[in-house]
Design a protein. Structure first.
Length: 281
């Protein structure tokens, strides 16, 4: 079977250690006409056995690798898997799959919304929250089919630079927002709103996660509700009872409050950034 044949139905492997969730995922996948085969595994080791047993180009009934090996290529197009599983968890399994010469598409299906950044770090093309909704599953399958036609866009982007890309949901469509386009981030409960020059996007990632992850990329926390791109700060001034920062200039300018506890760190980082810029001239 040719794994690059875009005319055949998708062969999908569903992985979840909770049997009801696994059966529900398999049922919904089988309901989509674009899926021809759904395989099931109750944990990661079993998933590896299935992947190795379906080596692309291997004769039927031929030898298959053990759970400790990984096939160079398999006829499985996509793996839908949970993150939190006993033993080898979903993220660790995804890292193993990245070693395959031809990697199946990875879609995480989980009840936890705090691992999205980690998921995309290991090459996932989508991140679905339980309970699984038919329309979101359909959108994930759309992305898998698109990847089959155009090639592994996520991998190509990783090789081209260090600009992280955040996937966001917009009216049923997944839009990819580069970190370099983000001017500032606003906390909204367990969510974060990414503010760019062309609008804002709500993502299921806590502000604290982005603060840790983007610190080395020049983002700094100025308030419990705001994270800003330091190079875009054009002014820090005292206003009323506290400081505010100005982000950008012209009609796209934004003014944000700076909390007392973050004022000194912000001043120090602005001074260091200015000194560094002058020393490089």
């Amino acid at each position: 079977m040719d794994s690059n044949d875009t005319t055949r139905g998708l062969v999908v492997l569903a992985v979840d250690d909770e049997q009801p969730a696994l059966e529900e995922m398999a049922f919904l996948l089988n309901e989509d006409a674009r899926v021809s085969t759904v395989l099931k595994a109750g944990e990661s080791t079993e998933a590896l056995r299935i992947l190795n047993g379906r080596r692309a180009g291997a004769p039927a009934g031929g030898p298959s690798g053990g759970a400790g090996d990984i096939a160079e290529q398999t006829d499985i197009d996509a793996v839908f898997l949970d993150i939190r599983m006993p033993g080898l968890d979903g993220l660790e399994l995804a890292r193993v799959l990245k070693n395959m010469a031809v990697q199946p598409a990875i879609v995480f299906v989980t009840a936890h919304d705090d691992r999205a950044v980690d998921a995309y770090d290991v090459g996932a093309i989508d991140y679905l929250l339980k309970p699984l909704r038919t329309e979101r599953l359909s959108a994930a399958l759309d992305r898998i089919l698109s990847t089959r036609r155009t090639g592994p866009v996520e991998q190509a982007r990783d090789d081209s630079g260090d600009d992280e890309v955040i996937p966001v949901e917009l009216a049923g469509t997944t839009k990819l927002v580069p970190r370099s386009a983000v001017r500032y981030v606003e906390a909204q409960g367990d969510y974060a709103r990414l503010h760019t020059t062309d609008g804002s996007h709500l993502v299921r990632i806590p502000l604290s996660v982005l603060e840790d992850r983007w610190r080395d990329a020049g983002f700094v926390r100025i308030h419990r509700s705001f994270l800003v791109a330091l190079p875009l700060v054009t002014e820090l001034r005292l206003a009323g009872s506290g400081y505010v920062v100005r982000i950008g200039s012209g009609p796209e300018t934004a003014e944000l409050p700076v909390s007392r506890r973050h004022t000194r760190e912000l001043k120090d980082r602005l001074v260091r950034a200015t000194k560094q810029a002058w020393s490089q001239r």
